[in-house]
Design a protein around this ligand. Structure first.
Ligand SMILES: N=CN[C@@H](CCC(=O)O)C(=O)O
Ligand SMILES: [Zn+2]
Length: 411
């Protein structure tokens, strides 16, 4: 069935020749058409253009969106939305002065979430996670990556990945799954990290590959978590099964994680709050997308990824939410782009590029998502009546979304 949207005040992120991503200065250009139409057929974008060139399309339905804008849905390339319970108590502990690292050292943090998840049935975990998925879809997210990493045992990691698979089967949103077995060291392996890595590599990975439970492989490459050597071991093992790296690096300390990611052709390196000049340099002319997670910096009160330095050095940058119970209990991509503008000094154009086309690339979806382009998925947001697209990040803490369409269906 064809549906035609007419009188679009501004159609944002239009592409005639789709690009893989935009970098450096290119990020400050956001291609748009004023007074436009958009034609979709079932789940696909069929045509778009200026109203003055509107042809007869024999659409079954015509929708007049006068005064409103249309833009592609957000792509959230880094989340941990499959988790159990919450970590509200740690939130209060941090308000009272404890750091994220101190809380983790006391047995809180990732191990706290792992304990809760291990004691949760697959059915209950699915219900808790589906609620969050529905919430972020309403907030304009049209493609999402979800990680394991709160299981930390064979059974619990597989439980998480099966929940992700079930979400993918039951919802129209495109979901990419990432295996993050090396997220933290379980207490039972406290003195034997290499035995834990053996278990991840020799016992969990083969089952994941056999059941086709993941697209990507991730490691928390960080002081007191997993070293660069540990990271390389995991990435090498993952690559034997065709799992592409997307890794957590440089959140608190710069220990060479960026370089390890590049060495193993990571699709993305994420967090990057602690960036040295050589880390920025290493990313130049690579196919690895740097991903910033400003809501995490906001919530933990840690430095923001130096977006200006990176973009001004000619790098691309993507934005994601990092939705998780410990460092970012929010999956609101509208807040992410506002925070990127306010705290990281990205312009609205840069932030929207970072949360659409570059974010689609960071999750291997740039051919189908991330822009308004003929043949791509009919994934788009219809805004409220707003004066300009800059109003979206400007009106922080709010959102300007009236309707969300995913694969041509209104959510
Ligand atoms: N930094 C590692 N992993 C998550 C947070 C994990 C947690 O605190 O539960 C992140 O991306 O911020
Ligand atoms: Zn994360």
């Amino acid at each position: 069935m064809k549906t035609l949207f007419i009188n679009i005040k501004e159609l944002i992120q239009v592409e005639n020749k789709p690009k893989a991503f935009v970098s450096g200065k290119e990020m400050s250009t956001l291609p748009t058409l004023k007074n436009a139409y958009l034609l979709i057929e079932n789940s696909i974008i069929k045509d778009f253009g200026e109203m003055q060139f509107l042809k007869e399309f024999n659409a079954a339905k015509t929708v007049d969106v006068k005064g409103k804008m249309i833009l592609p849905t957000w792509c959230d390339s880094h989340t941990h939305i499959v988790f159990s319970g919450n970590r509200e108590q740690e939130f209060v502990d941090r308000i009272k002065g404890l750091s994220y690292e101190e809380i983790a050292a006391k047995g809180g943090g990732i191990l706290n979430s792992a304990k809760q998840l291990q004691n949760t049935s697959e059915e209950d975990l699915y219900k808790q996670s589906a609620k969050r998925l529905e919430e972020v879809m309403k907030l304009g997210t049209g493609a999402i990556e979800i990680k394991s990493g709160y299981g930390l045992t064979k059974e619990a990691e597989l439980k998480m990945l099966r929940v992700i698979k079930k979400l993918d089967a039951n919802y129209p949103i495109t979901i990419k799954a990432t295996f993050l077995g090396a997220h933290a060291l379980p207490r039972t392996f406290k003195t034997n990290k290499s035995a834990y890595l053996d278990m991840v590599i020799n016992e969990i990975l083969p089952i994941i590959a056999k059941e086709n439970l993941a697209d990507f492989i991730d490691v928390f490459c960080e002081t007191n978590y997993f070293s660069v050597d540990d990271t390389e071991r995991i990435l090498k093992a993952g690559s034997k099964y065709g799992l592409i790296p997307k890794i957590h690096v440089n959140q608190f300390t710069a220990i060479g994680g960026v370089q390890a990611g590049i060495k193993y052709n990571a699709l993305s390196v994420d967090h990057l709050e602690a960036m040295r000049p050589q880390d920025i340099e290493a990313l130049k002319n690579t196919k690895t997308m740097p991903v910033a997670l400003p809501s995490c910096s906001y919530f933990l009160g840690i430095p923001y990824t130096p977006a200006r330095k990176m973009i001004d050095a000619g790098l691309p940058l993507a934005l994601a939410s990092d939705y998780n119970p410990g460092s970012t209990p929010s999956g609101n991509m509208n807040f992410v782009i506002s925070t990127a503008c306010i705290k990281m000094k990205m312009t609205p154009e840069e932030a929207i590029n970072a949360a659409t086309i570059n974010a689609a690339y960071a999750m291997g979806l740039n051919k189908t998502h991330g822009s308004i382009s003929i043949g791509k998925k009919a994934n788009f947001i219809i805004t409220k009546e707003i004066p300009s697209y800059g109003f979206i990040p400007y009106s922080f803490g709010n959102h300007q979304i009236e309707k969300v369409f995913i694969e041509g269906l209104e959510i």
